[in-house]
Design a protein around this ligand. Sequence first.
Ligand code: ADP
Ligand code: MG
Length: 339
Amino acid sequence: DSYLNPAYTFDNFIEGDCNRLGRSAGFAIAQNPGTTAFNPLMIYGGVGLGKTHLVQAVGNYIKNNNQDKFVLYVSSEKFTNQFINAIRTDSLRDFMSFYMQVDVLIIDDVQFWAGKEKTQETFFHIFNHLHGAKKQIIMTSDRAPRDLQGMQDRLQSRFKQGLTADLQQPDLETRTAIIQKKLQSEGIFIENNVIEYLAHSINTNVRELEGVIVSLMAQASLNRREIDLDLARNTLRNIVVDSEKEVTIDTVQDVVADHFKVTVADLKSKSRKKEAVFPRQIAMFLAKEQTELSLKSIGYHFGGRDHSTVIHAIQTISDLVSNNPQARETVEKLKSTLK
Ligand code: ADP
Ligand code: MG
């Protein structure tokens, strides 16, 4: 058994600026394992950004197109457990020779080996053997090799010997494509404005994005209704509030509108009236301060304004807050309501 999950493929891995280098190196390796310059391939990045998906896509591709290659996917934790077990049962020799027969070795989350000297030493020998025999090695880590504290220098330098590529937070375009692909694979249709709303509102990681889609589908079927903007707003609010009590842009707009006795529609409108402009600028300022959203996304949530308008609003309110005690008090009050 290769321990690969066949669900992770290149077909359903969306390419974007955030993952382009890693994806193309992975694809090159998939076609020519062991013989590209990308050996080892080290993919690193934060949680939920697609490391496991990408490296398993490489493994699945090779397994399906190259039946004579022995592809093995193993988490670093499992490797360590097998190693400890081998010592306990006096079968270290078998353990080593098993790993030395692998053609494509994929080790997930090597940061787990920090401080585990014996595991590192053993892997070092396996690595050298495989690499010398032009076998492919692929690894993932939650941080760059240079930041792997507790990892032996000689191992760190092996990690950096081939290609190191990081996966970044998906950009707006990639998020949109991921949502579309996911819905398509579930056979669900939702309006573009809902997709746009989701892509603009969730910018943490892909796993969270998928979680929201799953919740949305559950809500829709539970309530026998379509996935529309209302349902998306409510679902998102509940999820975010449940998990970390993070402030959402919807909450910011509700709180500000309520305070100034205007409607959320006023905040999003193009109205230049003073009654609308000031609350709108405050809401933009708070959105920047209290959420993780980009200027572009904030503009989107305020009737599709561009980022320079948002910058101007933030600047205006910052100046006001530093010069005008009454404005400062208003902003402080709104902030405490948001909390
Ligand atoms: P990591 O290993 O970096 O924590 P995963 O590979 O487990 O992240 O990815 C989390 C989820 O997001 C998985 O369900 C995965 O299929 C999905 N995913 C991540 N990146 C992409 C992408 N570029 N295209 C499609 N799905 C993705
Ligand atoms: Mg993973």
